[in-house]
Ligand binder design. Structure first.
Ligand SMILES: NC(=O)c1ccc[n+]([C@@H]2O[C@H](COP(=O)([O-])OP(=O)(O)OC[C@H]3O[C@@H](n4cnc5c(N)ncnc54)[C@H](O)[C@@H]3O)[C@@H](O)[C@H]2O)c1
Length: 596
């Protein structure tokens, strides 16, 4: 039998605390909600009423249930009000000394049997616990933002937390409809340890003007299916809170440079740009606390003005290659109404490619997404050839041949001789430096990267990679073409991994390192990222789908180019690849797929 919690206390009613109050009150538990000042108390109350009113407006909560929910909350200034609750959750700012002071005070005020919990994201629960005379009754209960929505709770036990307390809190989480993972006290626990290096890296991209905030966020949403981009997430978390978490993780987590907060974060915090809660962070919001983004001076101008920036008209497109990417890209262009010249290395390859494109278009017809007439029209727009000379009069060439620099360079040198002046020459490389390919021609200003995602007809994202020689007209041209294709083109610099892979793979690699360190299991880590951060797949699920060999190769490239020690491939990943456990395609990766 686990303990019944009739009433709980929540200390600190900011971004997290107000949401935690809602979680308890929604589940029939009386809450004493505590703040330092009347004004802060009022803000917390306004957050709760705003959130419950929205739930009523959306039909998710009956008005009577909202009233009952609100009646369960007792709003108070000062910790004294917590004398008779069964459990307290602290959610004050991420400072060890502040939390220790509050825990010492809670220890004095609360009943001897009360469990004292912290919602800290990165501080040591053990260090907080020793400020009390009951460290065995101190535990971490780490909710995710927004607390009423996110299903995951990380329960953090220290070496002295009693097993009974852990069981009681696990029982409570089940009653709240949450899924818990119980773990030891380590900086960042599971989710934040994997998340914050990624967030910090995304901020460094903005700081270095590698890509715009909109493009970084769009890349991660559209390329990885994440619910929000990293910069919008920073705004939701709060830049002050994110700074403290990074700083603590840097100091507690082995001084990994990837956790040293990017200077821009501190500057923004100092300038009062805290994110949603202050109305401005990476984005500008309608008002403080509002989720609605409004345009500001950094908001990109509309698509039409891209054309004004010198975009060239494109009617005829050459696609070189006969693999998976070329097949998809030919289909995408033909469906969008472009005349396409497909060039392969022989008639046999062209025949196969024709069949592949036809089969894919037919699938669209069967699914009712494409009419037979449109399919026939699309096929009619494609010319099949085995000679590069047929590219003499196209306006854009998209190269999608084997990922080998020498092959691509030789091809671009030929294109340079064959194609008319003013043609945009694009490469779909996912890992080679575009500038190397550009310099194989006499016209590097016309060369650009156009990184489609697989499967090209489905994935809405294209990374537009501009080298230091790419002209603004070339970039504007391919950006406009992406729009015509119904894709979002995000512009970035010519660095290993572009945006998506550079942000995604180090995170996957970190998950492998966490598993290797036996901190948690593959199942719990996958759960934590899906239920705590809304990721469509956990890191081990994704690694098995992508292929461990492919992932290792990308991670190696990133490490070799950036020389960031934290990017060194996880030894476990190397071993699994050596052992032939390459993921789904091999029947076994992190999981055994032969038995499912
Ligand atoms: N923001 C997130 O996404 C997130 C997610 C999970 C956990 N956390 C953790 O939750 C905790 C709170 O973070 P937040 O983002 O909600 O911070 P916040 O700045 O939004 O809110 C903190 C609140 O604590 C109040 N406070 C300060 N001193 C107090 C005191 N002595 N007594 C009572 N209240 C006091 C402040 O008035 C403020 O309202 C931190 O430990 C943070 O790491 C944050």
């Amino acid at each position: 039998m686990t303990r019944e919690f009739a009433s709980v206390g929540v200390v600190g009613l900011g971004t997290m605390g107000a949401g935690i109050v809602e979680v308890f009150a929604r589940n029939g538990i009386d809450v004493v909600a505590v703040e330092v000042t009347e004004a802060a108390l009022e803000r917390g109350r306004a957050t709760l009423t705003g959130s419950t009113d929205r739930a009523v407006a959306k039909g998710k909560l009956a008005a009577a249930d909202r009233d009952a929910l609100l009646a369960r909350v007792n709003w108070q200034v000062g910790l004294e009000a917590l004398h008779s609750v069964d459990l307290v959750i602290e959610a004050v700012p991420e400072h060890l000394d502040l939390k220790q002071r509050i825990f010492a005070e809670l220890d004095r005020v609360c009943k001897p049997e009360t469990i004292l919990a912290t919602n800290t994201s990165s501080l040591s629960v053990t260090e907080i616990s020793v400020a009390t005379t009951r460290p065995n009754q101190v535990i971490g209960i780490h909710f995710f933002n927004p607390a009423p929505v996110m299903k995951l709770v990380e329960i953090v036990r220290t070496v002295v937390t009693s097993a009974e307390v852990v069981a009681d809190v696990e029982g409570l989480c089940a009653r709240l409809g949450k899924v818990d993972v119980t773990i030891n006290d380590r900086a960042g626990f599971i989710a934040n340890a994997l998340l914050f290096g990624y967030l910090n890296h995304a901020v460094s991209m903005v700081e270095a003007r590698y890509a715009s905030r909109e493009d970084i966020d769009a890349a991660m949403k559209l390329g990885c299916g994440l619910p929000m981009g990293p910069l919008a997430l920073m705004d939701l978390i709060g830049l002050d809170t994110a700074y403290e978490i990074l700083d603590t993780m840097y100091r507690r987590g082995g001084r990994d440079r990837r956790h040293a907060p990017v200077p821009l974060i501190k500057q923004m915090v100092t300038a009062g740009l805290l994110g949603r809660k202050s109305g401005r962070g990476f984005y500008t919001y309608e008002r403080p606390g509002s989720p609605a983004v409004v345009p500001d001076e950094q908001t990109p101008v509309s698509a039409e003005s891209t054309l004004d920036a010198g975009a060239r008209g494109i009617a005829k497109v050459g696609v070189v290659g006969s693999g998976t990417m070329a097949t998809g890209i030919i289909e995408v262009f033909a469906k969008a109404g472009y005349e396409v010249v497909s060039v392969t290395r022989g008639a046999e390859k062209s025949a196969k490619l024709f069949e592949a494109v036809k089969t894919s278009l037919n699938k669209g017809v069967v699914r009712g997404k494409l009419s037979e007439a449109d399919r026939d029209a699309a096929l009619g727009r494609i010319t099949w050839s085995a000679t590069l000379e047929h590219l003499a009069d196209v306006d854009l060439v998209v190269e999608a041949v084997i990922e080998e620099l020498s092959v691509k360079k030789a091809l671009f040198a030929s294109l340079d001789e064959i194609c008319k002046p003013g043609v945009v020459l694009a490469t779909t490389t996912s890992s080679l430096p575009v500038i190397d390919i550009a310099m194989a021609t006499q016209r590097p200003a016309d060369v650009v990267g156009l990184h489609f995602f697989n499967p090209a007809p489905v994935m809405p994202l294209v990374e537009i990679v501009q080298t230091i020689r790419t002209s603004a007209e070339t970039t504007a041209t391919v950006k406009a073409v992406c729009g015509e294709l119904g894709k979002t083109g995000v512009v970035c610099g010519d660095r290993s991994g572009f945006i998506v892979n550079a942000l995604l793979f180090p995170y996957l690699n970190d998950a492998v390192k966490m598993l290797e360190a036996s901190y948690s299991t593959a199942d719990d880590i996958d759960h934590a990222m899906k239920l705590g951060c809304g990721y469509p797949m956990g890191p081990f699920e994704l690694l098995d789908v992508v292929g461990l060999d492919v992932s290792l190769a990308i991670q190696r490239e990133l490490y070799l180019e950036l020389r960031e020690p934290g990017f060194a491939p996880a030894p476990l990943l190397e071993h699994l690849v050596t052992a032939g456990y390459l993921g789904r395609k091999a029947g076994r990766g992190f999981r055994d797929h032969t038995r499912r």
